[in-house]
Design a binder for this molecule. Structure first.
Ligand code: HEC
Ligand code: HEC
Length: 339
């Protein structure tokens, strides 16, 4: 009896010490992954101060974002392509347009763009304000070829007169192209999606599972993080697409479109990866529809590595920790009709 009890006790102690040591291992692994990621990373969190201080501009920006009057033919709004309920993009719309031969590049997400250092697939624009001006006039986006038409259209809407005057009390002429851009920018800055990775970086080891941490190590060991770096895991530099093996589709030459220097052929912006799991299809030419497969292509073309499916899926699991909450109330389409 006595020896039985002693045995049970010993067994319990052994189990406990295994558990403690495996917990210590997980904590050590979590900490070392955090140290790898941290130097380039500012966690995303909701900035209530910003949201409070800019309520009126944000509210106006939200109306504009959903308003088709901002496109040349009044047929599409920003939300038609950057659908806020669909993670700020619209894969289905894009693929249909592609089929009809109407489009140019895959639509990137509109979430978390405020902290990017460069915009568009070729990285050719370096400020959000400039990009928003470009979105309005770009033939592939809102296609506004005459700023005055849009301003006039909005001036004819009495609710807009009120909204603009209250958002820009100091402007002599509250409804202007610049103020349209500023209000859109105020709204877009609030489109952030804090994710498990942010909690993890802030010190919460339980925000990522053991498998997700392992995926993070593989992501780093394949040098993905050398290009996909910073809080957005990308969006900071342009790099050649096809360093180790040519990218098959050369219809779009990337940054070369902007700077006609042949060394820039096939240079594209390193895509930011927040919410990437939910924003298929992938790449500027939408040539991959599954994330694990996009990871495999990256290994082959950027690193000269054949990443097997098992490892690609582990990286995909890590990338899923960059998916955040969509701010449901913030993105509600304004209900009342503007006229
Ligand atoms: C017809 C579809 C379409 C519409 C409508 C549209 N966009 Fe875009 N948007 C795109 C495409 C495609 C790109 C990528 C262009 C490129 O890479 O050259 C883009 C890029 C962007 C980017 C850059 C994101 C990044 O990661 O670089 C922002 C910001 C943006 N659009 C905002 C807007 C806003 C604001 C509106 C409304 C005023 C708008 N877009 C309307 C398709 C659209
Ligand atoms: C040499 C720099 C570089 C390296 C290394 C690199 N990438 Fe990329 N990555 C890019 C560029 C550039 C793009 C944008 C290509 C485009 O738009 O067609 C991209 C795009 C992506 C995309 C598509 C995102 C989207 O929304 O379309 C994914 C996913 C991705 N990379 C994952 C990875 C992974 C995982 C690794 C490591 C195996 C990796 N990348 C290594 C430069 C790099």
């Amino acid at each position: 009896m006595y020896s039985n009890k002693a045995f049970t006790f010993l067994f319990f102690v052994i189990c406990l010490s295994f558990q403690i040591s495996s917990q210590t291992n997980i904590n050590q692994e979590a900490q070392s992954l955090r140290e790898i990621l941290m130097p380039y990373f500012v966690p995303v969190e909701q900035d209530n101060q910003y949201l409070n201080d800019n309520q009126k501009k944000i509210d106006l920006g939200r109306h504009l974002y959903f308003d088709k009057r901002l496109s040349l033919n009044s047929t599409i709004s920003c939300n038609s392509c950057h659908d806020l309920k669909k993670n700020g993009t619209n894969g289905a719309f894009f693929l249909k347009e592609k089929e009809d031969g109407n489009t140019f590049r895959d639509t990137p997400t509109i979430y978390n763009v405020a902290t990017l250092s460069m915009f568009n697939a070729d990285g050719g624009i370096t400020s959000l304000k400039e990009k928003l001006r470009h979105s309005l006039i770009n033939p592939y986006e809102m296609n506004v070829n005459d700023e005055h038409i849009i301003v006039q259209r909005l001036e004819d809407v009495s609710t807009y007169n009120t909204l603009f005057r209250s958002a820009f009390p100091k402007s002599d002429k509250a409804i202007s192209f610049d103020n349209i851009i500023e209000a859109l920018q105020a709204f877009i800055k609030g489109l952030e999606t804090p994710a498990p990775i942010d909690l993890f970086i802030k010190g919460n080891n339980n925000a990522l599972s053991k498998e997700e941490i392992e995926g993070g190590y593989i992501f780093n060991s394949k040098s993905c993080y050398s290009c996909h770096t910073g809080s957005n895991f990308g969006g900071q530099m342009i790099q050649k697409l096809g360093i180790n093996e040519d990218w098959p589709n050369k219809n779009d030459l990337g940054y070369y479109r902007i700077k006609k220097i042949s060394a820039y052929k096939m240079f594209f912006r390193v895509a930011p990866l927040r919410n990437v799991e939910k924003t298929a299809p992938y790449f500027h030419d939408a040539s991959a529809s599954q994330l694990w497969y996009a990871v495999k292509l990256m290994g082959r073309h950027e690193r000269g590595l054949e990443i097997n499916k098992e490892e690609a899926l582990k990286i995909q699991l890590f990338l899923s920790t960059l998916s955040g909450e969509i701010p449901k109330d913030y993105i509600k389409e304004p209900k009342y009709l503007l006229n």
